[in-house]
Ligand binder design. Structure first.
Ligand code: NDP
Length: 326
């Protein structure tokens, strides 16, 4: 039995963002059509706020199954570890052999941003290009990559709670992309008149208020990926045409949705549907230029599996990675 091991740098080289967006389009449509098995993720909590997350899943096309295992740990001062350390284990579906072991941090950064780009392509105004990024971590890096692929950006503003980290991000990523990134002192400054907003922070309580947002904006709400966290306030949720990666995940784990529901400002019918249904053409996205659209990302296993499957195909063709015989 041969198992191929792919490191983070190999993941980055094998699957460019634009290609990953198309892989995600296919996977999200498959998920919305029921051609996947996606249990809710399980999280084991350990002493010291340390957690082990497990995300199993099955995908019918391309047929495969597997699990992502990631540790979620409080950040140690001065240690620059990924927020999601772990592996994606991919199995082939005929005999049940594990065929790939892939760096989960890189897959997570890539696939999450790729689905946000898919949602942006489907929901944002055609002329959107004034981006506000809230947060300056790994997801901010991959979301800037993804937004650049999906829309020509006229302007990029960044807010992060630590001004020195925001400045370092703006210098490093601005140079990488050859664009100017404006660092803003407040969230309100960052999102004023923006037509694309990505929230990619680990905030537990809302950092973004509806009154700062302009009509017509599209939001990718990504960082708050557990029930206990919400990055945007309930008024934003109530005001938006609200789309999700997966309905079942959202009603169980969607912090913003659950808070708005508890506050009585929305009902269960506020979830218009899954982004896969919009991609399939079954569900209208934006109805007018003044709509506020919101894509709520929680992350689902088929995103990891479809990425892993594509990575394995490409790695086999290119002879990349380390092959271990059991
Ligand atoms: P990083 O640790 O690399 O970055 C986190 C960012 O959030 C940093 O800018 C950090 O600021 C900021 N932050 C932390 N706490 C707060 C707070 N209370 N208020 C405002 N900003 C805060 O993590 P990632 O970029 O990898 O992930 C970001 C978030 O996205 C996490 O919550 C993660 O769980 C979630 N996520 C969601 C996924 C999905 O599929 N939806 C997939 C992967 C991640 P500072 O540098 O000052 O600490």
């Amino acid at each position: 039995m041969a198992l191929r091991i792919l490191r983070g740098a190999e993941v980055r080289a094998l699957l460019p963002m634009a290609d990953c967006i198309e892989v995600m389009r296919h996977a999200m449509v498959a998920a919305s059509e029921g051609r996947a098995v996606i249990p809710l993720r399980s999280v084991m909590t350990m002493p010291g706020e340390r957690r082990l997350g497990s995300m199993p899943g099955y995908l019918a096309d391309p047929e495969c199954f597997g699990v992502k295992l990631v540790s979620l740990m409080p950040r140690q001062p001065g240690v620059a570890h990924s927020s999601h350390l772990g592996v994606v284990v991919l199995f082939e579906a005929r005999h049940g052999q594990p065929v790939a072991l892939i760096d989960a941090a890189e897959v997570t950064a890539l696939r999450t941003a790729a689905v946000s780009a898919l949602a942006t392509g489907l929901l944002a105004r055609a002329d959107a290009g004034d981006l506000a990024l809230l947060g300056a971590g790994e997801q901010a890096v991959s979301h800037l990559d993804a937004m650049r692929v999906t829309r020509p950006l006229r302007r990029v503003r960044l807010w992060a709670r630590d001004a020195s980290r925001a400045a370092a991000f703006a210098a490093r990523e601005g140079a990488r992309h050859g664009l100017r990134i404006e660092v803003c002192a407040t969230v309100a400054d960052a999102v004023r008149n923006a037509d694309l907003v990505c929230t990619v922070t680990a905030a537990r309580d809302p950092i973004l208020c509806s009154q700062w947002l302009s009509p017509g904006v599209h939001l990718n709400v990504v960082g708050s990926s557990i029930a206990a966290a919400a990055e945007v306030d309930s008024a934003t949720v109530a005001r938006a045409r609200f789309f999700v990666d997966r309905r079942e995940s959202t009603v169980n784990e969607g912090g913003e949705y659950l808070r708005a529901l508890a506050a009585g400002v929305i009902g269960p019918d506020h979830i218009l549907g899954e982004i896969g249904a919009v991609a399939r053409g079954d569900l209208p996205g934006r109805l007018s230029d003044s709509d506020v659209t919101l894509y709520k990302s929680l992350g689902i296993a088929v995103q990891d599996l479809a990425s892993a499957h594509e990575l394995l195909q490409r790695a086999e063709r290119a002879g990349v990675g380390q092959v271990v015989e059991f």
